[in-house]
Design a protein. Structure first.
Length: 245
């Protein structure tokens, strides 16, 4: 147990919860993907669902056990009792508010490392503060109080270890995927460099302009000859001369 974090454990847990809340919710994603549009394996989903279901059951039991504590009857001074009551109140608020939100975020992004780390940090804070309450119950409370809180503490520790192992496996898997993608990129770059460049011929010379085609003028009909009499009239010699007056 981390002794250096138990001086003001309630304050420590409150700060952790506030920091997690400020980080904002993870982007919504389908439970069937890992938050990056890639499908999640059945085994990974099964593992996560079992881990989160176990955590929710532990949270429910812990809230009930904390509600049964009679810290005011502990054989301790007033300042210690006040600190213990503050720790219990801090744990209850976390279990009822911060933890369910983080669990929901991880369900939406099952293989998202930031969401997984957020849950791990919250469990780490809960474990430290609950450990302080268990120490107080062992020193000043009843055996039943100590037994119930110790069981809850062990359950949180088991879930925290499982989550740490899952984060380690996810990190290794993502690192392997990055290595594979880098190798593919390197291969493609080598192929592009080895391939001869394609020559593209661009004809930028301006084509010679063809002379405009001159249209031939339409043939004009010949004008009628004025000396020729019109058709159907008798020739001048055949006309009857006019008698002189």
């Amino acid at each position: 147990m981390k002794r250096n974090l138990l001086l003001f454990p309630g304050l420590y847990l409150t700060c952790i919860a506030a920091a997690l809340a400020q980080s904002g919710p993870a982007p919504a994603a389908s439970p069937a993907n890992n938050g990056q549009g890639q499908p999640v394996s059945y085994s990974s989903m099964t593992q996560l669902n079992g881990l989160l279901s176990q955590l929710e059951a532990t949270s429910k039991n812990t809230q009930a056990d904390l509600g049964k504590l009679r810290i005011e009857k502990w054989k301790a001074d007033g300042s210690f009792k006040k600190q213990a009551l503050g720790n219990v109140d801090s744990i209850q608020r976390n279990l009822q508010g911060a933890l369910p939100e983080i669990v929901a975020q991880l369900r939406n992004t099952p293989e998202d490392l930031p969401a997984s780390f957020k849950l791990y940090r919250n469990l780490d804070a809960l474990y430290d503060v609950l450990g302080s309450v268990a120490e107080g119950a062992g020193a000043f409370g009843s055996k039943d109080d100590l037994q119930s809180i110790s069981n809850d503490l062990s359950a949180f520790e088991g879930t925290r270890k499982q989550l740490a192992e899952r984060i380690s496996n996810l990190s290794s898997s993502k690192e392997a995927e990055l290595t594979r993608l880098r190798a593919q990129l390197k291969t493609l770059q080598a192929e592009l460099e080895a391939a001869p460049p394609k020559k593209v011929l661009v004809d930028d010379t301006e084509p010679a302009k063809k002379p405009p085609v001159k249209k031939k003028p339409a043939a004009k009909k010949p004008a009628a000859d004025a000396t020729k009499p019109p058709a159907g009239s008798a020739p001048p010699s055949a006309q009857t001369p006019t008698k002189p007056q």
